[in-house]
Design a protein around this ligand. Structure first.
Ligand code: AKB
Length: 312
């Protein structure tokens, strides 16, 4: 019997991941944990904070948790607003999870990000093993987290698995405080106002992925045979890459009158420090990762579903 805890359960990834976990494992006992409970997502809900180790321990014991998707964390833009908090939540929160996971012999998923890379990293087809010199606090917490995960695997045999998420695009939950999130906000702008002001330059190419692919990859990695996995820091994980102007052209195929203007701000510097495309052959070869959504399909699905959600 799977007893699963999801932290950050109402965020962009957690919302869709919870639905898919319920579909794939109908008999599983699933517990959602978050700062604030926002909706009834059909799971058991616990209000909590990953930085509170004692309370987290209580929740794990109460529900006899055997595996955990630890998604709670600050993103790149939110992290720059409060670096000490970013460190506390992203690193100390992860350390709490890893220590408790060792005690309970629990399997753990934790997301890293393309933010682990920096401007000294090769920008195109970024390899799995490469230079990691991020310049945001978010990126620093991701590199630290990756090394912690690998350390706990090597030192304590903890079965912890991780993916370097690219920009993720979803409609069920609102976007978080990140840099690639322009690619979610733009759909709200297109549907509600027929226009959008983009905070990145029109030619800022970044790695991106539709949420269904991200959720599938996340669960597939957790279900993969441990002996097939050679990467215990975090796997490069990729689908498509595009620029804001390429996304605009695709949206205009569905909404011809949509317009986008560009007013790059402080977030541009963050985007400029990240790769444009990722080599994820390691994930593809070791545990069969494959994406399904190209840009055209992503745009059609986003517009269709967000329109329904916003009742437009
Ligand atoms: C962000 O932009 O901060 C995130 C990420 C790529 O990790 N979406």
């Amino acid at each position: 019997m799977k007893n699963i805890l999801i932290t950050g359960a109402f965020g962009l990834v957690g919302t869709d991941l919870t639905i898919e976990l319920k579909r794939r494992f109908p008999d599983a006992h699933i517990v959602s944990m978050a700062h604030a409970i926002s909706t009834d997502n059909g799971t058991i809900q616990e209000k909590g904070d990953v930085t509170d180790r004692a309370h987290l321990k209580e929740i794990l014991e109460k529900h006899e948790i055997s595996e955990m998707y630890h998604l709670a964390g600050l993103l790149s833009v939110g992290g720059e607003k409060d670096p000490p908090r970013a460190w506390n939540v992203n690193v100390e929160g992860l350390r709490n999870v890893l220590d408790l996971a060792v005690q309970r012999n629990m399997k753990v998923f934790w997301p890293s990000s393309i933010a682990a890379f920096g401007s000294t990293t090769p920008k195109k087809d970024t390899p799995q093993h490469t230079i990691l010199e991020p310049t945001t606090i978010y990126g620093v917490t991701k590199v630290t987290g990756e090394l912690l995960c690998q350390y706990y695997f090597l030192r304590y045999g903890l079965d912890v698995r991780s993916l370097r998420y690219p920009g993720l695009i979803a409609y069920k939950a609102p976007p978080g405080d990140g840099t690639t999130e322009y690619s979610v906000h733009i759909f709200y702008g297109a549907l509600k106002e027929n226009r959008y002001t983009c905070f990145l330059k029109e030619d800022s190419r970044l790695p991106m992925m539709y949420i269904d692919d991200a959720v599938k990859g996340t669960i597939d990695l957790m279900e993969a045979q441990s002996s097939n996995l050679t990467v215990r820091t975090s796997y490069n994980f990729s689908a498509i890459n595009f620029t804001p102007s390429e996304l605009v052209i695709e949206i205009q195929k569905q909404i011809p009158s949509f317009t986008c203007t560009y007013e790059p701000d402080h977030r541009q510097k963050i985007a400029d420090s990240w790769p444009q495309s990722i080599d994820d052959s390691c994930a593809r070869n070791e545990w069969g990762w494959q994406h399904e959504y190209d840009l055209q399909r992503l745009v059609v699905v986003m517009l269709e579903n967000l329109k329904k959600k916003l009742q437009l």
